[in-house]
Unconditional design. Sequence first.
Length: 741
Amino acid sequence: MLYDVMCCKEYTPMRAKDMAVLLQIPAGKREELHKTLDALLEEGKITVNKRGRYEAVREEKRKDAKKSGKKDRIGEKREKKEKRGKNKREEAYLTGTFISNPKGFGFVEIEDEETDIYIPEENTCGAFYKDLVQIQIVKEEREGHRREGKVVKILEHTVTSVVGTVEKSDSFGFLIPDNRKITKDIFIPIECMKNAVTGDKAIAQIKKYGSSKRNPEGKIIEILGHEGEKGVDVLSVAKSYELPMEFPEKVMNQAEKIKTELNEGDFFGRMDLRDWTMVTIDGEDAKDLDDAVSLTKEGEFYRLGVHIADVSNYVQYNSALDREALKRGTSVYLVDRVIPMLPKKLSNGICSLNAGEDRLALSCLMDIDKKGNVVGHKIAETVIHVTERMTYTNVNKILTHADEAVTKKYQELVPMFFLMKELSEIVRKNRKKRGAIDFDFPESKVILDENGKPVDIYEYEHNSATDLIEDFMLLANETVAEEYYFNEIPFVYRTHEEPDSEKIESVFSMIRAGKIKVKKAKENVSPKEIQQVLKEIEGLECEPFFARLLLRSMKQAKYTTDCIGHFGLAARYYCHFTSPIRRYPDLQIHRIIKENLRSRMTKEKKQHYKEILPDVASRSSMLERRAEEVERETVKMKKAEYMMAHIGEEFEGIISGVTEWGFYVELSNTIEGLVHVNLLTDDYYEYDREHYTLTGEDTGKVYKMGQKIRVKVLRADLATRTVDFLPAKEKTAVFSYLDEE
């Protein structure tokens, strides 16, 4: 199959890592890919060019090579190269992070290097998950096979505690780690059990890290609850990511001292906007309301106000509150709880823009022309009084004429909502015109019962109300970023780098192979090119697959002190200004803005911000990724739990991805599962890489991208947070086969 792919005229030579990404080969199966590539190299069917990329050797060239003895010369050359490499690596040591695999082997991640180094089981030296290790290279990268190394020294143990399930006997116990990359259970002496019993979810502090022949040893330091109790599963995931759940006493004491009401003295030096009509628009269950909007129209110009809670008025730099907020970086929204960045007295109280109450704000007041361009703006410290607390649901009902009762209830605000919709459509059209990319993947909404069990999962609805708030917040973020860029004041920007042109072009090649029109990318691809490709595949069977490939080829957005633009939004200037209750970078730039508005941005202050902002940016980026990962993991866990109650039931779905080991099916409720090809008992299936199909050799049955299919739930695994399906018409004997397995 790999050779056939490389022989396609549309194929562009690529590295093994890029090939694995394009073929959606999971990390656990990538060694098989390398073995296959090595076999093809040995047979002379493929070769590696000077840039380390694989390409096919045509049949006639292979014959010529064999006749001329070229293959032998290549082998001699390789042998000499390896011999030179061996002499060099005698003294070559590298430092990196060890990532263990349940099968015993591992990989070492080296900072700033694209490819990991493979560590065979016999060469791990007893390294523990995420240990900082020193390694020696024992085999250089050769013809597509990654470098191989051995651990020579463990420099630091970075994992000091483990979350898992307790198993207790009369004289000792074990903690079975939730994280399967921690390959050995933690031995717990009986005196260190802390009254934990079998089935408890607990945290063990590691006292000894063990060796290749000896289990790690630890002591129970916290019992989270018994397995199956309400919320214990989500809490276990949160604890495994070391999320801080409780605020320190000093932080809470400081929060308690903050007054809950404003007085006239608080308004000094601020624009008084309390007589302006403005609303907050959020989800029904939102409690930290940090943004309000107002809108009027004068002649051809729209006067848009985006009013953000002035959190920096209450959270002073380097206070206990500020240090804790920086430590957390962001609020984390899990399926059954919110872990806030700030104590609730602030986030749900004086900093929340509650309707009918005076609040301090930082407002971005924009004049916008009929084409959606900001032609003038002012950023000011303000005092506001929100007119009404609106929900996305009710605003959408008004805009779609779906509920007369709701429209009547808010009749005084209805004209403003339609004006907002009018401006939103203009702004969105303008953003799309410049090339902003919209990956419209469905988001999941998980409904839990009173016991924390998932009772429903469905696609979160985006509507005209959510769109207009998104459009207005993006516009404010761009406007603020542009002003501070030209003011040459140290700042924290939200940036999204251009993708690697080779990665994008390799995806484009695959799309072209599917007979879809794609223009040849320049050296640097533009957002508009990506947007055009998404338009070309819109509505096609292959859309979900190719859209995901394009998304994976993008770089991650992050916080930086350099304004390098936001590729995905096609924005030259962008920052996060609109959510200081739940994001630390927003809180930090509010301080900078206020220093500037009050003419206090001295040389000393600029130097101060130059020194602290790089750490703020890098730390916030890291904590944001942690939050996203734990949010995603808890949703996956609840999806698996939900499907455990539906084993054997049938659902309608769409094939969202096809690989040689099976195909993925996505249900209308956003749950995705895998149909393993080796469980399709009625035939042997061949994978067609060019057309992303699996075809039965005897039956001719075809499974392809975008195909509607009825599946039954085969199994769901809470530990791995995965779901497996089987086509509804397959033999039920597979169920008993799995049970026996």
